[in-house]
Design a protein around this ligand. Structure first.
Ligand code: NAD
Length: 257
């Protein structure tokens, strides 16, 4: 056990996904009670079951992060079950389509912004009041290297992650006087279902072309490989622990160089 999250209550959105599952399990291994939030009941419950098999405490709440009522519901269920929120991993996201800006479907742009920007905003809006009230809490928004650099063929995704960094800075400054911290992680390429979908998008559905896309994406990292979800989770643990008590409003890049 590297961190002490005993008696801490955590919410992880996208907790059924690659990074969210690794983070949820690690939070639990270090003592936290975890509310796993996801659109996919199957994926979210799998995370909860893994935590319970290890003797941890967790609950699943189904939510579509684009819907404000769903956000209010996961916040209220957490308060009803555990009485507080100490840790919030605002992590659910979607990659959208892989195509040039001039061909990018407007409805996909809107849908992606709704998940990656509106969803993150609503999470902050409804979780932060509880942290402000208790004068403590730590949030990590999952941004991306795509929030810092150009993302050819992923215009909506890149724009959305730039927006996540903007919200992180604003929220970080606004809540700092209350003893609450808000940071963002910017992973490069991570070995999750999202990357399978991105590889397939770059390969235009052809499996050999998807494999080529994977090799090209791996080659974009100086250490020549995808991150494992656990490596991203490890940075998140640091950012929600007291070890990072004077870090807020920041973007931490984790991309192999
Ligand atoms: P993933 O696809 O494994 O997980 C994403 C999860 O979000 C899924 O479980 C999905 O069901 C959930 N989700 C999607 N839309 C939702 C909605 N409307 N409401 C609630 N839940 C929803 O992908 P991942 O790699 O674990 O991604 C987690 C985060 O990391 C995302 O924000 C992603 O943009 C970011 N990220 C991923 C990479 C990467 O290379 N995989 C790199 C940088 C950043």
């Amino acid at each position: 056990q590297a961190f002490d999250f005993t008696e801490k209550v955590a919410i992880v959105t996208g907790g059924g996904g690659g990074i969210g599952r690794a983070a949820s399990i690690t939070l639990s291994e270090n003592g936290a009670k975890v509310v796993v939030v996801d659109l996919s009941e199957e994926a979210g419950l799998l995370t909860v079951n893994k935590i319970k098999e290890n003797g941890g405490e967790a609950k699943f709440v189904k939510a579509d992060v684009t819907k404000e009522d769903d956000i209010k519901n996961y916040v209220q269920k957490t308060i009803d079950s555990y009485g507080k929120i100490d840790i919030f991993l605002n992590n659910a996201g979607w990659e959208g389509k892989i195509m040039p800006l001039i061909d990018y479907p407007t409805e996909v742009f809107d849908q992606l912004m709704s998940i990656n920007v509106r969803g993150v905003f609503l999470g902050l809006k409804h979780v932060l009041p509880h942290m402000i009230e208790q004068k403590s809490g730590a949030v990590v928004n999952t941004a991306s290297g795509a929030g810092l650099l150009a993302t050819p063929n992923m215009v909506a995704y890149g724009a959305s992650k730039h927006a996540v960094l903007g919200m992180t800075k604003t929220a970080g400054v606004e809540v700092a006087p209350h003893g609450v911290r808000v940071n963002a992680v910017c992973p490069g390429v991570v070995n999750t279902a999202m990357m399978r979908s991105i590889e397939s998008g770059f390969g235009q559905g052809d499996s050999a072309a998807a494999e080529t896309a994977r090799k090209q994406l791996e080659a974009t990292t100086p250490d020549g490989r995808y991150a494992e979800p656990q490596e991203i989770a490890n940075l998140m643990m640091y950012l929600v622990s007291d070890l990072s008590s004077h870090i807020t409003g920041q973007e931490l890049v984790i991309d192999g160089g």
